[in-house]
Write a protein that binds this ligand. Structure first.
Ligand code: UD1
Ligand code: UDP
Length: 375
């Protein structure tokens, strides 16, 4: 059976690589093809991960690039539909997470009567100001197979009236990638590249949510907080292209250059970034994936957002939300660097076996569908 695995933005690669591998090992039951929308296209936001995660070249590259929410989504819809209409119709399309490529390709498939599976279904921040929340809700609504990372996601879907037979708790597939590559990550020479010693304490930072970086005052407040924290501990900040562009456009480059204790870098490769996560004293982030990885590594994480669609990283893991003002961010950070750390445990099914469970779900789903069509 032909299966399209949709990737587009950075967090999609870690989620699809394990599934591609597992489907390829399925003794010819499945023929997985990677379709890359081109939502992310810089070498450090895309190509690098194909190398690190040992994924083959995509079967198709839609080259959509950046744009407004509407333009980008529309371009993906148009080009993905053209691709399917011009080639072999897949038996299943699998989308992951909550990016524009997720909803756009799910919508195309569904309207062409192709079943859709959503990997990382059911997460909710209940914050409709986030483009991702809209993508999640709509993708889940039209998906035929909903693969959830944690049981809170099952509950959210059931509350929305989704048929429980469609919902499968498979675990966190991003953690499959983390576990598979952890040893290689430990060998990364990132500390040499940053000319620092591995023993040195540091905080790791990532920021890219529009709510944090698309408005000058908010971004200024976050940079001011980092400069304050940087007086107490070294900071490493691999910068997302959205954030880098906004710092330039808002004329905030002086904030970037003002502290010697903050190292700003380009977005990093997967192994280098994992090594920085696992050795950090503290992580400050607004990334979904980074909240989860810090919980897995049991590294304290402060999420710079008012809410999270990943509450299990708070109830079970090492994550905490922090109020968005300089005093709260600095005080919470210093509490952690001074030793007041939250203990956490690794949530159920974040064990490296999620891709295996997904393939079992798919086997059963196809078997039942074939039986229904035969009878
Ligand atoms: C997207 C996802 C977000 C995800 C993030 C992961 C949506 C709505 N947002 O946000 O959920 O957490 O990816 O990183 O799908 N840019 C480049 N080079 C690139 C990619 C982007 O320079 O390779 C710049 C462009 O100026 C672009 C901006 O970054 O306009 C934002 O890119 P976009 O894909 O629209 O959203 P992200 O902020 O990356
Ligand atoms: N990541 C990376 N290099 C970086 C920053 C993040 O490899 O410089 C990885 C990180 O380990 C995680 C994923 O990118 O696996 C998270 O992606 P991102 O934060 O862009 O998206 P989100 O998870 O917020 O949607």
């Amino acid at each position: 059976r032909l299966i399209h695995l949709i990737v587009g933005a950075r967090p999609n690669f870690m989620k699809m690589a394990p599934l591609y591998r597992e489907l390829s090992l399925s003794s010819n039951r499945y023929e997985p093809q990677i379709i890359h929308t081109g939502q992310h296209y810089d070498e450090q936001m895309s190509k690098l991960f194909f190398n690190d995660l040992a994924m083959p070249e995509p079967s198709a590259y839609l080259n959509v690039g950046s744009g407004t929410q509407g333009k980008q989504t529309a371009r993906i819809i148009e080009r993905y539909e053209d691709l399917i209409l011009a080639g072999d119709k897949p038996d299943l399309v699998i989308v992951a997470g909550d990016v524009n490529s997720t909803i756009a390709c799910a919508l195309v498939a569904k309207k062409l009567q192709i079943p859709v599976a959503h990997l990382e279904a059911g997460l909710r921040s209940y914050d409709e100001q986030m483009p991702e929340e809209i993508n999640r809700v709509l993708t889940d609504r039209i998906s035929d197979i909903l693969l959830t990372p944690s049981l809170d996601a099952n509950e959210n879907l059931i509350k929305e009236g989704i048929n429980p037979e469609k919902i499968h708790f498979v675990g966190n597939i991003m953690i499959d990638s983390l576990i598979r590559h952890q040893k290689k990550a430990e060998l990364s020479d990132i500390f040499d590249k940053l000319t620092m010693s591995q023993d040195e304490s540091y905080a790791l930072v990532t920021l890219h949510r529009p709510s944090n970086v698309d408005e000058c005052d908010g971004l200024k407040m976050l940079l001011t907080s980092l400069i304050e924290i940087g007086k107490h501990i070294k900071i490493i900040f691999p910068m997302h292209p959205r954030t880098k562009k906004n710092i330039q456009n808002f004329g905030l480059s002086n904030y970037v250059n003002s502290s010697k204790n903050i190292i700003f870098t380009e977005p990093l490769g997967y192994f280098d970034f994992l090594k920085l996560e696992m050795n950090a004293k503290l992580i400050l982030t607004d990334s979904g994936g980074v909240q989860e990885e810090s919980t897995y590594f049991r590294v304290p994480c402060l999420t710079l957002r008012e809410n999270t669609e990943r509450p299990i990283t708070i109830s079970e893991g090492t994550n905490q939300l922090v109020d968005l003002n300089v005093t709260s961010i600095v005080n919470k950070s210093l509490e952690i660097t001074e030793g007041k750390v939250k203990q956490g445990k690794i949530p159920k099914h974040w064990d490296g076996k999620t891709a295996e469970r997904v393939v079992m779900v798919l086997d059963k789903w196809f078997e039942e569908r074939d039986k229904a069509t035969d009878s």
